[in-house]
Design a protein around this ligand. Structure first.
Ligand SMILES: Nc1ncnc2c1ncn2[C@@H]1O[C@H](COP(=O)(O)OP(=O)(O)OP(=O)(O)O)[C@@H](O)[C@H]1O
Length: 266
């Protein structure tokens, strides 16, 4: 079961509590989705995993060890992140950006070895960017860049993948390919997903955040009820089940928006 564990994690910034006593497990090999409205604390939780933020209370445990007790280099070897802040503003080639994923495994200025190169090539092939290897990342489309950054995370060979909205910018085929890859990789992953239907397909379990607190967690079929979606997102949805897989999917129409006291929201 060890993987990632949030042990009463709290984050307070400027006397404002953004994440409140989060208890959630991401079991070894499982894909867990974090969902919730804008500003509910999802990215903040991820930041504590890739250590851009330190918890104000509680801890994040990796294989039962508190991340705060590990060196940054050690956790960087074990955890790869695709973040909202990831930027590729420098004029690097795709191959160079993906190679950065190997940095935590290399000593000093040690160059890439044959195994490092093979891992980078494999990651680029899996994300369908191998043909772009020599292109400048500055010349790529948004979806191509996103795939390059995910390839970099995979090339790192992490124990845990932390992905903040990985399907952003991706077209339908690349969304499906990425989610299949995540499902098939057998790698522990914590993923922020806005699209509840994609989350239901891709994740073994979901954690629902609202106002910084975990309000539900469990398999998508247990969590994604019309009542929960209405309470957390303020939208009335119809839940149907995929005829072959049984996975829940949410249907909505604009007429199902909750009415505000002033009338329907525009
Ligand atoms: N450094 C900070 N100082 C003050 N407030 C912050 C800081 N970082 C985050 N917040 C606030 O904490 C809340 C949670 O932010 P967070 O980015 O974790 O939300 P989120 O669920 O990922 O949102 P979204 O779906 O919009 O990406 C927001 O209201 C945000 O404005």
């Amino acid at each position: 079961m060890p993987g990632l564990r949030f042990d009463d994690l709290s984050v307070t910034v400027d006397h404002h509590t953004i994440v409140r006593e989060l208890r959630l497990d991401v079991p070894d090999g499982a894909v867990v989705g974090l969902v919730g409205p804008n500003g509910s604390g999802k990215s903040t939780v991820l930041r504590c995993v890739y250590r851009a933020l330190a918890p104000s209370g509680g801890a994040v445990l990796l294989d039962s060890s508190d991340l705060a007790t590990m060196s940054l280099r050690d956790s960087a070897r074990r955890i790869a992140a695709l973040t909202q802040e990831n930027s590729v503003d420098l004029d690097f080639t795709v191959a160079e950006v993906v190679a950065l994923g190997r940095t935590p495994h290399l000593a000093g200025n040690q160059p890439l070895g044959p195994r490092d190169r093979a891992l980078c090539d494999e990651a680029m092939a899996r994300l369908d960017v191998l043909h772009l290897a020599e292109r400048s990342v500055l010349s790529l489309s948004g979806g191509e860049r996103q795939r390059v950054l995910i390839a970099r995370a995979l090339a790192q060979e992490p124990e845990v993948l932390v992905l903040d909205e990985p399907t952003n910018h991706l077209d339908l085929r690349h969304q499906v390919e990425l989610l299949s890859l995540l499902r098939g990789a057998g790698r522990t992953a914590l993923v922020v997903v806005h699209d509840l239907n994609l989350a239901a397909i891709a994740c073994d379990r979901l954690g629902v955040l609202s106002g910084g607190a975990l309000v539900a967690s469990g398999p998508p079929a247990h969590v994604l009820t019309p009542e929960l979606v209405r309470a957390v997102f303020g939208v009335a949805m119809t839940v149907v089940h995929h005829p072959e897989t049984g996975v829940p999917q949410l249907l909505h129409s604009l007429s199902t928006m909750e009415e505000s006291p002033d009338g329907p929201r525009s």
